[in-house]
Design a protein around this ligand. Sequence first.
Ligand SMILES: [Zn+2]
Ligand SMILES: [Zn+2]
Length: 108
Amino acid sequence: MLQHRCLHHPIREAAARCPECRQFFCRECVTEHEGRVICTSCLKKLTKPLAKRRFTFAPFLRTLNALVGLVVATLCFYVLGQVLLRVPTDFHEGTLWERQVFDEPPNP
Ligand SMILES: [Zn+2]
Ligand SMILES: [Zn+2]
């Protein structure tokens, strides 16, 4: 007589076998998870790391997002500063030259 019994309830007949730990369990000790029937301890093992990963991953992403935003902002300001440092000299010369020509009276 090789009837499988539940790991937690030796007097009960096994209703399902957990594909994770390969142990036999009764109907009460197994639950359906993503289309598979697994035991509760394996369900905890499977769901805990996921929740933990999701929990630690979100702040990391948020920090990364903030960092990227900061770097982009700094880069933008740097480039803008460089452009503003280079452009005005030409601009002022141009406007000064134009103004000189413009301000010159047509008939002296
Ligand atoms: Zn299991
Ligand atoms: Zn059981």
